[in-house]
Every structure is written in structure tokens, then in C-alpha cells.
Design a protein around this ligand. Structure first.
Ligand SMILES: NC(=O)c1ccc[n+]([C@@H]2O[C@H](COP(=O)([O-])OP(=O)(O)OC[C@H]3O[C@@H](n4cnc5c(N)ncnc54)[C@H](OP(=O)(O)O)[C@@H]3O)[C@@H](O)[C@H]2O)c1
Length: 304
């Protein structure tokens, strides 16, 4: 049980294939050489059999002894063998060459796919940065546009226009962070509240021209207008839902994420956070307890 672990030699399969092909080639040449030697001995035997032992003395074609034809016929077979080894199966054989060519083409294809993938990623990053800089320029905002969201391990955030879980510490954190600030949300998220939250300025995004809201709630027709409307606030929050988060990820500079460590069935999801665009600056884990049915972590991301 505690004996020395036996070392199994690892041979690269490509090297093995190369060795096997080389061995096959050596065998082919060896067989040709043996054929040549047998041909010489056979020819000598035919000559001796005919001229010395008198075998088939009478058998002649066009007045030429039979052994000449026998040797010529064998010579033809030997030439065919030489042709087979050195011309048809030159180097490592046609099949081997084709296999190597196919492998090379597959490797090149893989490299091209990788480069393409990298190119698309870089293009996306450039486009995202350009969009972000454009919004910053247009709204002359200082850094202070934060996404606040609670998302499950599978990025689920809502179902049937409702939150899926109830985590009291998460709600407390939401209240503390957003208290006194502008909160930007999609029309559906706004409608999921029983009434507007106290001590916050609500900005609701809708494409509807005559969308009616209680007094004090601001309605705008785009995220850009929502950011414009929150300009006076040095720390505005984007509070959802799925459609708005997707657009806001391009322009926000911070994400306050509550990651709920569980998978849920949902109809609304938070987009994947791209680690090349965002870095974690804070991460606190909370285990489940009598007030919290699931463990969760408060994670802060800042745009790179
Ligand atoms: N877990 C969390 O932290 C969290 C937070 C918030 C919400 N949620 C959940 O998310 C779900 C709601 O999200 P959702 O994606 O369905 O809806 P949503 O993002 O809240 O609202 C979508 C609506 O916003 C308006 N809208 C979106 N983009 C617009 C644009 N570019 N210009 C103008 N208007 C625009 C449209 O309103 P009109 O149709 O009126 O034009 C659209 O129907 C709910 O289940 C909610 O509970 C979860």
C-alpha cells in the first residue's frame, strides 16, 4: 500500500506513430533486400538447373532457354517491388503523408478559430469601452452609477415578475445602500413593488408615452434619459430588472452583487459578469441560518 509508485513512461502518441511508421518502413526495405537476395540465388539455381543438371533442356522459346524467361519474369516482379517501396510508398507512405497533412490542417483550423474568438472578444471589449466612454462624456458623470442585484448561482434573478427568495440581510443592505439616492428601474420591476420605496427618487424606464405613476416618480423613455435625470446624484443605483441590467452593464462603473449560492428556476437572469471588464474588490460570505434559507455572498465589482 505504501510501496513506491511505479513510474509509467509517457510516450507522446505522435512520437509513437512516427516510430511505428519508421519501423514499418524499415521492414519494407528489409523485405525488398531479402527478395533481391532470393532473386539472385533463384536465378543462379535456374541457370544451374537448366545448363548443368539439364532440367527442361528441350524447353526453348524462340531458340532461347527457358531460364532466361523465368529470370526476366522474376526480374519484372523485383522491379515492381522496388517501385512499390521507393516510388509508391516513398518516405513514410502516402497514407502517412495524408494523415500528417490532415492533422496539420486541423491544427491550423484550431488556431484560426482561437484567433477569431480572441478577435471577437477584443472587439466586444473595445465596443463596450467606447460605449462607456461615450455615456460618461454625454452625461459628464463622475464615477457613481452602481448596479445593485441579487443573483443565484445560475444567474436567476426573478420569476413571474417577483423575486424568488427572501433574504432579510440582503434587503437590509439594499435599503442601506440606496437610502436617499436615485434608483433607476425598468417598468416591470417598478410594477413588482406594492408602492414606491420611501426616501428614494424613483426613475422608471418605459417605452410607453403615457405611462402614469404616483407623484414624485420620474418616467423616462431610455436608460440614457434615466442617467441624465439622476445627474444631480453622485451615487445613483440601477436596481433592475433583467432588461435594464443588460443595458446598464455597459455604462455602470460598479456592481453590488448578492450571490445566492443556490440554483433556481427562473424567467429572468442577470448577464454573465465578464472578468476581463470587472474586478472583485470586496467579498463577504454569509452562511444560511434561521433567517436565511440559502447561503450568500456580498460581492463588489469595480470596472477595470
Ligand atoms: N434579483 C434582483 O436583484 C432583481 C432586481 C430587480 C428585478 N428583479 C426581477 O426581474 C424581473 C423583471 O425584469 P424584466 O427584465 O422582466 O423587466 P424590467 O427590466 O424590470 O423592465 C422591462 C421594461 O423596461 C422598459 N424598457 C426596457 N428597456 C428599455 C429601453 N431601452 N427604453 C425604454 N424602455 C425600456 C420596457 O417597459 P415598457 O414595456 O413599459 O415599454 C420593458 O418592458 C422580475 O422578476 C423582478 O422581480 C430582480
Amino acid at each position: 500500500m505504501f510501496g513506491k509508485k511505479k513510474n509509467t513512461p509517457q510516450i507522446d502518441p505522435e512520437q509513437l506513430e512516427l516510430i511505428e511508421s519508421a519501423q514499418k518502413r524499415i521492414k519494407q526495405k528489409k523485405r525488398l533486400y531479402i527478395h533481391f537476395v532470393i532473386f539472385l540465388i533463384g536465378s543462379l539455381f535456374f541457370i544451374l538447373a537448366n545448363l548443368t543438371l539439364g532440367i527442361g533442356e528441350q524447353v526453348k522459346f524462340f531458340d532461347i532457354n527457358w531460364f532466361v524467361f523465368a529470370i526476366l519474369a522474376w526480374l519484372f516482379i523485383l522491379i515492381y517491388h522496388v517501385f512499390y517501396v521507393f516510388i509508391t510508398h516513398k518516405f513514410m507512405g502516402a497514407n502517412w503523408e495524408k494523415l500528417q497533412l490532415d492533422k496539420l490542417v486541423a491544427q491550423q483550423q484550431q488556431r484560426i478559430d482561437k484567433l477569431k474568438e480572441q478577435f471577437v472578444k477584443e472587439e466586444t471589449l473595445i465596443a463596450q469601452s467606447a460605449a462607456y466612454n461615450e455615456v460618461k462624456k454625454t452625461h459628464k458623470r463622475n464615477r457613481g452609477l452602481t448596479i445593485i442585484v441579487a443573483a443565484a448561482e445560475n444567474d436567476a434573478i426573478g420569476k413571474d415578475n417577483q423575486l424568488i427568495w427572501h433574504l432579510s440581510d440582503d434587503l437590509k443592505r439594499f435599503k442601506t445602500l440606496t437610502n436617499g439616492h436615485h434608483i433607476i428601474m425598468g417598468r416591470k420591476t417598478f410594477e413588482s413593488f406594492p408602492k414606491p420605496l420611501p426616501n428614494r427618487t424613483h426613475i422608471v424606464i418605459s417605452r410607453q408615452e403615457n405611462y402614469t405613476v404616483p407623484d414624485g416618480v420620474i418616467v423616462v423613455n431610455s436608460l440614457t434619459d434615466a442617467i441624465e435625470a439622476s445627474k444631480s446624484d453622485s451615487q445613483a443605483y440601477i436596481i433592475g430588472g433583467g432588461e435594464i441590467y443588460k443595458q446598464a452593464l455597459l455604462v455602470a462603473d460598479k456592481i453590488e452583487l448578492t450571490r445566492v449560492h443556490h440554483n433556481f428556476e427562473a424567467d429572468t437572469f442577470f448577464p454573465k459578469i465578464d472578468n476581463t471588464m470587472w474586478k472583485t474588490t470586496h467579498n463577504t460570505f454569509h452562511d444560511k441560518d434561521e433567517n436565511h434559507a440559502y447561503p450568500f455572498s456580498f460581492i463588489t465589482y469595480k470596472r477595470l
